[in-house]
Design a protein around this ligand. Sequence first.
Ligand code: ADP
Length: 638
Amino acid sequence: MTLPGPRTLALALAFVAAYVLLDWLSYVQPVLKLGITPWNPQAGLALALLLARGAGWGWIVALAALASELVVRDNPAGLPVLAASSAVIALGYTAAAVFLRPRLAGPISNPVQATWLVGTAMAATLLVAAGYAIVYLAANLLPAQAVVPGIARYWVGDLNGVITVVPLFALLPMWRAGLGAIRRRALEVAAQALATMGILWLVVAFPADEVRFFYPLFVPVIWIALRWGVPGAALATLGMQAGLVVTVEDRLDFLPFVDIQFLMLTLGTTALLLGAVVSERRRALERVAAQEAEQRALLATAPDAVLSLDAGGRVVSANPAALRMFAAGGGALEALPAGQLLPGLELVAREGRSSLSASRLDGTRFPVDIAWAGLDSPAAARHIVIVRDATERHAAQARLRERDTALARSMRFAVAGELASALTHELNQPITALVSYLQAAQILAEPIQDADERLPGTLEKAAREAMRASDVMRRLRDFYSGGAPRTGPVDLAEAIEGVRAAFAERVRRDGISLELDLPAGLPPACCDRIQLEMVLHNLLGNACEAAAAQPPDLRRVRLSAQPSGDGLRIEVDDSGPGIAEEVAPRLFEPFLTTKPDGMGLGLAISRSLLQAQSADLALAPSRLGGACFAVQLPIRCG
Ligand code: ADP
């Protein structure tokens, strides 16, 4: 068992002292020396402590109750009876605290919490009162006929104590804010205090023997509860109760104090519930005001135009972005039909999102994307339309399309070139042989006397045609090889970003995680930008295809660039199955493919394009477990 710390000990001692003091202060009109008094704020203190600290403090409450019995009350009962009655008090309030704790986190701020407190307090105080009376009855210290009035008196006393003290205690952590508010509204507080004291004084100064003369006390309490919510209600009822206790002994002897306390109970409960409603309303209003301020700030800073439309489709309000977008030259949008700004809106509105051609006040048109939402508020049917200027997006898409088309065209050209070069290489030998054979045949045919006179001419024509075929092939190859590449400084980050953008959709669709590793400050490479993009396009296409063959969470492709030797090196790495064994030895040869619809030209073309500009393409060790292709580029041109 750990010993309690000094702070815990100090709190326990302070609680016991406060409990005894409160009991002593409110010790009026006890029943038969048994200490059954009609106002017990110490009960509220006990419940407040248990609510704040938990059921573990139940035994401190029992100790405080016992001390109080011994110190305050000149109780004729022996120690066992006093111990039993103290245990009843501690048990009752501990049970109430266990039940209430999850329902009352922090100060009471709404009627539901107030009702939980009042309801639970009613049950708990009744149980404690009954238990207390039974203990004394059993000890023969309370006559049977005094049991019911005793319970009633004890019950109302404890309940009054709980209802006034518990809400105040929960507010203790906010005392600074409370003091600030009182200082700000000092005049009002003074008026309310004066009114309360004045009415209390009237009630006491002109004694009448009927409770109804106490009803005016409701007026200041309700006034305070309405203005200050729960804190005001709790303070006002506490003030009333304390005031009555102070004045009761010598002035109100004509009325049983317990009757007044029943009235005070009604007053306290009413004020608490009313205060809770007011507090809740105030918080709701604060929330709404905060939300409105947030929305205003949001609308003011939103880059998109936000139009609020009435049920008839007219603009009710427009944010600054809307004014900039539609009324660039100044002018108001309010009360304009939305269809004038967004022709065709009524046709697409129900679909939620759409693209339209919008019209500015000066009649110029521009493309927009819109999102539409209906607000079915009870006050008025409204629509909210969010409009985003799509000019830039359309332009970017067009740029991307153009670039794709240019790349595809260059690629087709390169494919044809590679094809021509491969065919030239393959057919050159047989054609040369053919020409030699034909020339030999010409020589062999010459001495033949009775040969057809057309034979030499035919053989010569055949040789010429064969040479022409070879020539055509060579010219085709030269044409498609496209001359020398146009090299210049190329920013790798830009080139890589361009290729990444072209693959963005595919990467998203196939669920591939594409990592970029581009250190800042890389010098520009010296190469033909279009051809480099073609190569990267090819490599990234292969890498995505390879990665997509893996299970979804293993699909990774990594594009990186770094200085290497006296140049730069771009790597395209993937987590695919790696290079198949049968293609590995001849990977860069044309027409080598493992794909059913592949041409086997991509790598061959890429390598010859790069080699024509003092760059190179090679296979490198993969970090992602698949294939990694490395492009080595020079930095210096020429
Ligand atoms: P294609 O893609 O038309 O087959 P390529 O020249 O681009 O032509 O590729 C040739 C072959 O190299 C492919 O068929 C494939 O077997 C292999 N290959 C290329 N890139 C990769 C890669 N990233 N992972 C695995 N194999 C690859």
